[in-house]
Design a protein around this ligand. Structure first.
Ligand SMILES: Nc1nc2c(c(=O)[nH]1)N[C@H]1C(S)=C(S)[C@@H](COP(=O)(O)OP(=O)(O)OC[C@H]3O[C@@H](n4cnc5c(=O)[nH]c(N)nc54)[C@H](O)[C@@H]3O)O[C@H]1N2
Ligand SMILES: Nc1nc2c(c(=O)[nH]1)N[C@H]1C(S)=C(S)[C@@H](COP(=O)(O)OP(=O)(O)OC[C@H]3O[C@@H](n4cnc5c(=O)[nH]c(N)nc54)[C@H](O)[C@@H]3O)O[C@H]1N2
Ligand code: SF4
Ligand SMILES: [Mo]
Length: 719
């Protein structure tokens, strides 16, 4: 008889409750947990395949070392940490800490212990060369926060909003919804429906009629890459119709008059022509948003991977500011500090902090971007940091739960850089494209083999909830937890790291006192929250947290009254002028097709491609509108060459009537190493990153590449 255990899925941040049937250490059944207060029985295909991930024959059960002849051999986990530490020390002692780089991938964001411990190691090492997926994702948000400043009372939440505007995101599939980024949409789709049932209006801006857009009251199905113009036009209508909130912006913002003047020329008619949508729909959306009392607008990857993303995010942020969609002094704060430390909310502005303009600069010309890693450089510049000569040239790279070879565009150059390193280490349960180039691959535990709690992800959960799970499967083979690797690495490198308990001074741990257990660390990380971890442990299905009525937005600190949100600083003004000049007045010839990004339920970036149960399409096909297929004279399933200014990939087509005509979509992080791409072979597919450049069409400040709205030609291949 299988044993039934209660836990939650950690394949993505949504943390859905699941019930597992386990027999002899194997998952033999997965069901959604109806008693879980956030997911209420919901699961996605990846969650239901969680056992297939854990028990896959290709999963690494031991760390691997590359021998001089290029072949791999297993190495035990104690020995591998020691060897890696010695090689890193030798590079640091010869060339300084900046010769060592780190790359932080997405899977470091779903495990509570990985990032805190790895960050302690990183900060103790003292290198400036951190890279992460942030700069090939939505870096326009931290850039906008840094240029505008931040209102510290927090944004209004969807839970009691009467409008929500989602641009370039499809939370129904991606589960991506960060409150601090304003896209505060509940994940499973059921919650969006609940909000709509109680009267919330939904506006979706997307070239595709997505699962989320189907629920929209207004869907603006714009041409890809035209969001900045659209948001300028929305602001135009807000000002014109007097739908702004002067009481808020007069007190907290500067540059509103300049912004109003700039958007004055962007009438709905002019913008509508450019965005390819009816002017009336722009007016209707602006009025629906502006007339509402509460609710925010937010962009996601669709807006932030397109050209002019820095400007787009500035305009989205400005829309929220101009309409005053922030919590005021005395308003209740529902969402912070459950297991994680509470953010103090105050009705004041943290002034702009342009980190890249002050302090350390890389010899490649970039300053440090705002980042949890203590500042970071654009991931697109990683190859230059490795390949360009200089005293602090990067010679070693440690990859933390990421797959930069699949994720950074211009793969050939990324591979050239990684191959020329003296040392490449990655921690990954699979021989990913990056792992296959590494000197050492550390084999970590997978989700069900480690205890965890939701302290790390609670800010993205739409319902205030806390969940703890013990490890529910034994560790197979010789694997270690991600955090253990970085703890032991610190020990071997003589770097002192430690954590202080918020409640019990005697409960602090450090490399001087010895390695703690995962349970101890989870306890310490929860010790600054307002809910006791033991109380959470007593609720195995997860615990819904009632708001604390004493938690309200506090009055501003004295001396901060003059701080303002800068809506239209000089560089934004220049970007706005460039947009008018280049996009509206002197637009060049357009190609017939634009390629856009999209997520698929079955994969999580490069994870899941090798799981048979998840193969809906086998590879990453090119989604094409049926009328476009007819125009190209091909049948669904036919093979195409997708050609951009920067590269060519092949793809099989799938018919998709949800797309706007002229827009084609394809999922990222597929393909193998360059000679291994195969659009037809199960689990391989093609790498869309080859169609983007790391140098042309990039954003100022972050060098964010253009990963959506890419002009492409489609050339049928006769077979
Ligand atoms: N299942 C699954 N979930 C995931 C991931 C995954 O790979 N699979 N990845 C995770 C990660 S790393 C991230 S960053 C998040 C991303 O989360 P989201 O940003 O929600 O990602 P998508 O679901 O791809 O939604 C992007 C939407 O943008 C639209 N779009 C494309 N170009 C444009 C444009 O120019 N303008 C506008 N307005 N829209 C455009 C696309 O049609 C698409 O519907 O998802 C996370 N969740
Ligand atoms: N062209 C194009 N490029 C893109 C994008 C796009 O839309 N288009 N999207 C961008 C975005 S938003 C992102 S976030 C990046 C994604 O970039 P990455 O995060 O680098 O890509 P992933 O495939 O998610 O890499 C995660 C790695 O972690 C491993 N892993 C899984 N579980 C664990 C674990 O428990 N521990 C450890 N240590 N490792 C684990 C997986 O096997 C995988 O190799 O790609 C970016 N690149
Ligand atoms: S949405 Fe899917 S992958 Fe994410 S936590 Fe829920 S079941 Fe797991
Ligand atoms: Mo991402």
């Amino acid at each position: 008889m299988p044993e039934r255990v209660v836990t939650y899925c950690r394949t993505c941040q949504a943390s859905c409750g699941i019930l597992l049937d386990i027999e002899r250490g194997h998952v033999v059944g997965v069901r959604g947990d109806m008693e879980n207060p956030t997911s209420e029985g919901y699961t996605c295909p990846k969650g239901r395949a969680i056992g297939d991930f854990h028990h896959h024959p290709d999963r690494l059960l031991s760390s691997m070392r590359r021998r001089a002849d290029g072949a791999w051999e297993p190495i035990d986990s104690a020995a591998v940490v020691k060897e890696v530490a010695e090689r890193l020390l030798q590079i640091r002692d010869t060339h300084g800490p900046d010769a060592i780089a780190s790359f932080w991938g997405t899977m470091a964001n779903v495990v509570t212990l990985t990032k805190p411990v790895a960050l302690k190691w990183w900060k103790a090492l003292g290198s400036h060369k951190a890279f992460s997926t942030a700069t090939i994702d939505q870096i326009a948000k931290p850039v906008a926060d840094a240029r505008m400043g931040k209102y510290l009372g927090g944004m209004q939440r969807h839970l009691n909003a009467d409008v929500c505007l989602v641009a370039g995101g499809n939370p129904s599939v991606s589960m991506f919804a960060l409150p601090m980024w304003g896209l505060d949409v509940p994940f499973p789709i059921a919650r969006l429906r609940q909000a709509k049932d109680r009267g919330m209006k939904l506006i979706v801006v997307d070239p595709r009629l997505t699962e989320t857009a189907r629920l929209a009251d207004i869907h603006l199905q714009l041409l890809p890459g035209t969001d900045a113009v659209l948001f300028a036009a929305l602001l135009h209508v807000i000002f014109r119709d007097g739908l702004d909130d002067p009481a808020f912006w007069r007190r907290y913002a500067a540059g509103v008059d300049q912004l109003r003047e700039a958007v004055a020329t962007l009438t709905p008619e002019r913008a509508g022509r450019h965005c390819g949508i009816a002017p009336e729909s722009i007016v209707a959306a602006a009025r629906m948003f502006g007339k509402a009392e509460r609710g925010t607008a937010g962009g996601a990857t669709g807006t932030d991977m397109a050209p002019r993303s820095n400007l787009t995010e500035q305009l989205i942020g400005s829309l929220n500011v101009v309409c005053g969609r922030f919590l005021r002094e005395g308003e209740p704060v529902e969402d912070t500090g459950i297991l994680a430390p509470a953010e103090r909310r105050r009705a004041q502005v943290a002034p702009p902090a342009r980190t890249w303009e002050a302090g350390w600069r890389s010899r490649t010309g970039f300053g440090l971007l705002p980042s949890p890693h203590g500042g970071e450089l654009p991931a697109t510049m990683l190859p230059e940091e490795v390949l360009t000569d200089g005293a602090d040239r990067v010679r070693a790279l440690v990859v933390i739960a990421g797959n930069p070879v699949a994720a950074i565009p211009d793969q050939d150059r990324v591979i050239e850089a990684l191959r020329s390193l003296e040392l490449l280490v990655t921690i990954d349960p699979w021989m990913s494209e990056t792992a296959r180039l590494a000197d050492y691959v550390i084999a970590p535990t997978m989700a069900l083999e480690r205890p965890d709690h939701t302290g790390m992800v609670e800010s993205v959960l739409s319902v205030p909830v806390a969940h703890y799970t013990p490890a529910v499967l034994p560790r197979p083979g010789d694997v270690i937890e991600d955090w253990e690797f970085f703890w032991e690495l610190s020990e071997h490198m003589g770097l002192d790291i430690g954590f202080r308990s918020g409640t019990d001074p005697a409960g602090s741990v450090s490399t001087r006192t010895g390695k703690p257990t995962s349970e101890q660390l989870l306890e310490i990380l929860a010790s600054r929250g307002r809910i006791d971890l033991d109380a959470v442990k007593a609720k195995p299905h997860g615990m819904r947290i009632e708001p604390d009525p004493a938690l309200v937005v506090l009055p501003p600190d004295p001396g901060t009254e003059h701080h303002r949100l800068e809506l239209f600083p000089q560089d934004v003004e220049a970007e706005f002028a460039a947009m008018i000049r280049e996009d509206l007045e002197n637009a060049g010839p357009s190609t017939q097709f634009h390629l856009v990004v999209r997520r698929m339920k079955e994969t999580f970036n490069s994870s899941g491609r090798n799981i048979k149960r998840l193969r809906r399409t086998d590879t990453n096909p090119l989604f094409v509108h049926p009328d476009d297929l007819a125009l190209l004279g091909i049948q669904p399933g036919a093979r195409l060459r997708v050609c951009s200014d920067h590269g060519v990939i092949e793809a099989d087509t799938v018919e998709d009537a949800t797309l706007r005509q002229g827009v084609v979509a394809m999922n990222h992080c597929w393909g193998g190493l360059p000679d291994e791409d195969d659009p037809h072979e199960s689990g391989v597919g093609s790498n869309t990153g080859r169609l983007s450049s790391r140098t042309a069409d990039t954003e100022a400040i972050s060098n964010m590449p253009r990963l959506t709205a890419i002009p492409v030609d489609l050339i049928p291949i006769s077979t």
